[in-house]
Design a protein. Structure first.
Length: 218
């Protein structure tokens, strides 16, 4: 890597650390407000996460109403358990984990579960060479979009592609690429191994990129 590349990488790492530090500081402040019974802090959390939590719960339960019920239980658990929050993860990750656990319980009662199927086809075999190595490795789906204007027009195709993915892949790619959670956080929320997280993310991103390539090739 040249000096310019090293400088850009160092700057990027610094920006990431700054963002994470800001998130941690914001969490600390928000948790303090919640513990003091600040209703505005609770309303802020609801505005920020309610719709996203409903979408998350919907992967596990049969109806939108059941998902809403799960999220209501999640908010109750937050109010009752905020004093036990130790800050080992971000508040967002903790909230997502509570929601997923409650949604899983509801899903089991409804005789529905989300499984990781290791036999699901991943990508087109033509992307591998004769030795089994990548000849055309999949990158993050966003790399297939060149500029902001194109991104706006392509996002409907991205959303459609995500909706057609198996539920487990939907969860992982949504958490990683839409919600911005780290691999470690996704594993903690979904209680899956890092290897499973990587496989599911890879398959999801590959399918989304394939969809974008098909759309752009029309």
């Amino acid at each position: 890597m040249d000096a310019g590349g090293s400088s850009r990488a160092a700057s990027g790492y610094k920006d990431i650390r700054s963002v994470r530090s800001a998130v941690v500081n914001a969490d600390v402040e928000l948790v303090d407000r919640l513990r003091r019974g600040d209703e505005a802090a609770f309303a802020e959390l609801i505005d920020r996460y309610h719709t996203r939590l409903v979408g998350l719960a919907r992967h596990y339960v049969r109806s939108s109403q059941a998902a809403e019920d799960v999220v209501q239980e999640t908010w109750i658990a937050l109010v009752r358990g905020i004093d036990r929050f130790e800050g080992r993860s971000s508040l967002k990750t903790w909230l997502f984990r509570v929601c997923v656990n409650r949604a899983k319980t509801t899903g089991v009662r409804e005789s529905r579960s989300v499984a990781v199927d290791p036999t699901e086809p991943a990508v087109d075999p033509a992307r591998f060479d004769q030795g089994g190595a990548w000849s055309d490795p999949p990158r993050h789906w966003a790399d297939a979009i060149d500029d902001r204007l194109e991104a706006e027009s392509m996002m409907k195709h991205v959303r459609s592609a995500i909706d057609l993915l198996p539920a487990s892949q939907q969860l992982v790619v949504t958490m990683r690429d839409v919600e911005g959670l780290t691999a470690e956080e996704v594993c903690a929320v979904l209680s899956i191994s890092d290897a499973n997280q990587r496989v599911l993310l890879h398959r999801a991103r590959a399918q989304i990129r394939r969809t974008l390539e098909e759309v752009r090739g029309r």
